[in-house]
Design a protein around this ligand. Structure first.
Ligand code: URA
Length: 345
């Protein structure tokens, strides 16, 4: 009888001690919701040995005289967090991708479906009034960015590099025959803005980088006027290979190349796309409307990413008076991004 009472008392004492330790470790009010939560909070698997929570069979009466388990649980602080808040619950999960503030966001009516869109192979029928050729990038090879598998910045860079390599050797349309280099992109894959042009010119074809010729130099000035470093934004084109004599790309060429751009945008998920010229807008949303009508009016890419159409810098080289409108369009972009225009002196 006395023995049984002693054992009972030992259990009770150990339970109280365990609770006090749990409370000290977590700062939580009230009791742990579940016995296993208590067990976990006390670091059952910590290197300090056996489970600290009392178990009749293991500690019993003798536990009263045994030394207390050390306060330290031997793991990271996360081990002391209440189970619902533990960050190690999904140890194999990748870290969360950066989240952008909603306050500064331009209209994004279907934010969730942006990720769903990214998971799908690009739909070409929406892009071109022409009959669609086969997709240039197979569903298997196209990089994916799904809600279930968030793409970290590192993965984004890696996947874009893989895609660039695929583009480098692409032979899916006749434009590859005349190229020196395929032109994938320049700038930061972590940018909040993507500038999309039409296709490489002579200088871009030679150097393998977009917008490095005369139009590119003007684009650099536009980017600087917005307050970004030259390589702080991402720049790419509708088609990745130079059309002969700098002609406008054919709708079929644009459609064949469009999965590459779709994959770039799905990975980067910019807050805003600036479409440079009518061909860029056409390649992005399929409209054949003129740029004079389109510019300065927000459009949406795949129902998710706001597009600001504006004049192509090559047009500005011929028509400098149109710079005023372009600056107004870029200021609108900055307004959406919550940025103020830098003082231009
Ligand atoms: N014009 C474009 O549209 N893209 C380039 O890369 C260069 C000139």
């Amino acid at each position: 009888m006395v023995e049984a009472l002693r054992e009972e008392l030992a259990d009770l004492t150990a339970s109280v001690r365990a609770f006090l330790e749990w409370h000290a470790a977590t700062g939580a009010d009230g009791l742990p919701g579940h016995p296993s939560a208590l067990h976990e909070a006390l670091g059952a698997s910590s290197p300090d040995g056996g489970p600290p929570a009392p178990r009749r069979a293991e500690r019993g009466f003798a536990g009263l005289d045994a030394p207390s388990p050390p306060a330290s649980r031997g793991g990271s602080d996360a081990a002391f967090a209440p189970p619902a808040q533990r960050s190690d619950a999904g140890g194999a999960s990748p870290p969360q991708p950066e989240r952008r503030s909603a306050a500064a966001s331009p209209p994004q009516p279907e934010q969730r479906s942006a990720e769903a869109q990214a998971a799908r192979p690009p739909v070409q029928a929406q892009r071109s009034p022409e009959p669609s050729p086969r997709p240039a990038v197979s569903a298997a090879s196209a990089p994916r960015a799904t809600a279930a598998q968030p793409v970290t910045p590192e993965e984004r860079v890696t996947r874009l590099a893989l895609l660039a390599e695929e583009v480098r050797t692409c032979q899916k349309c006749p434009l590859h025959e005349g190229r020196t280099h395929a032109v994938f992109s320049r700038g930061s894959p972590l940018s909040e803005i993507v500038f999309v042009g039409e296709g490489p010119g002579a200088e871009e074809d030679l150097q393998g980088e977009p917008f490095v010729g005369p139009a590119g130099q003007l684009l650099d000035k536009m980017i600087a006027a917005m307050g970004y470093p030259r390589d702080g934004v991402y720049i790419c084109n509708i088609v990745k290979c130079r059309p002969p004599q700098n002609r406008k790309p054919e709708p079929a060429e644009m459609a064949t190349c469009s999965p590459y751009l779709a994959s770039q945008l799905a990975l980067i998920k910019p807050k805003v796309i600036v479409a440079l010229g009518a061909t860029a807008v056409q390649g992005l949303i399929g409209t054949t409307e003129g740029i004079t009508k389109l510019r300065g009016t927000w459009k949406l890419y795949k129902g998710t990413i706001p597009i600001m159409p504006t004049f192509h810098p090559a047009y500005l080289l011929r028509q400098p008076s149109a710079k005023r409108e372009v600056w107004s369009d870029l200021k609108e972009v900055m307004r959406h991004l919550g940025k103020s225009a830098p003082d231009r002196g």
